[in-house]
Design a binder for this molecule. Sequence first.
Ligand SMILES: Cc1ncc(COP(=O)(O)O)c(C=O)c1O
Length: 412
Amino acid sequence: MDEETLKNAAREYQTPLYVYDGDLIVSRYREFAKAVASIGSKSRVFYAVKANSSLAILDLLRREGSSVDCVSGGEIACALKVGFKPHDILFTSNSKTREEIASAVSAGVNITCGNTEELDVVSEVCAEAGESARVSFRVNPDVDAKTHPKIATGLRDTKFGVHFEGDIAFNAYKRASELEGIDVVGLHAHIGSQITDASSFVESCEKLFEFALRLKNELGMQLEFIDVGGGVGIAYKKDDKPLSPEEYAKALEPAVKAGVESLGYEPTLYFEPGRYIVGPAGVLLCSVNSVKETPSKKFVNVDAGFNTLTRPAMYDAYHRATVLGKKGESETYDIAGNVCESGDILARDRALPKVVRDDIIIFHDAGAYGMSMASEYNMRALPAEVLVKDGVTHLIRERGTQEDLYRKQKTI
Ligand SMILES: Cc1ncc(COP(=O)(O)O)c(C=O)c1O
């Protein structure tokens, strides 16, 4: 997106403001879908809604033919609202309420169980409603995704999935195959996010196929799909070298080919990219409230904080920061958020042109896990969002209001 577009958006809708490039979202989706289709097996892409759950973005991806991976009843409701069909939705939370399960069963959404007790609830709900459910399990493949520990999800000690160890996963499938109303359709693993090392994906994929073979040999089970999850990383720093979708697909291809051959049938491959599709397509614009020099540092105080962009405080994540309309690197600043916590530093030790009050700072690559993680902490209303598509800037979420902050509350 060019600077003029960003300047106009900030002027019209104020800051903090998330701005998304709809054309880039579409092209990244297409590139990913094309690359995974080239593996040679049937494939489907389930965009991970948690990365950015704004309805206009979901709708854009639906129109491109994407399906969706949801982790809550709320995400499912959003997906249904924009027109996704229940059978194009996966429900993958690690901890689902009975109500969420009942709604998913009655809607006909695919349910990915994370433990066997959850399977029991699905089965009870099905029996009560006289319905059946399409079920798979998320397994814990014990694979090191070589990413930040807080976004590694496939290691033995993480909370996710049923483990191969101790035959927990095998017994879960055996039990599922015996229960009334349970239609076992797939097998899933998601080992983490912002992964740049192909070998982790390959190891997980191999383990999934090995396990599918065991299910076939010992339970006579033939799966409709194998879901290899999401996790493809993006470049946050200039020198980051993430996998391209083509490199990712090429890396998986031998494992898939060998897996399909040994299975003797061809499950559809499911992919759940989130960050890859939307991350680089979004920026956060915020305004400079003041610039402050201390004996040790220069701080740029902006009108956003970790309630607006959580990743730096939560994961020590790095977002490239630039100043709208300015070039050069004459000063070094910390960019401080407006949340009353000393951990609320959005960027540390950044070389920027001289910054003055009312400048606009652009945080780049903020399209994923930006707005979807935003909160009203410190009683600040949620930011607005705009989507630029075919040269037109659309307001897709109005800025929150102060009334939003107390609308659902009452004093006693
Ligand atoms: C089950 C599942 N699938 C897919 C994703 C998307 O991951 P990413 O945005 O890294 O592609 C996540 C993210 O945490 C997830 O938990």
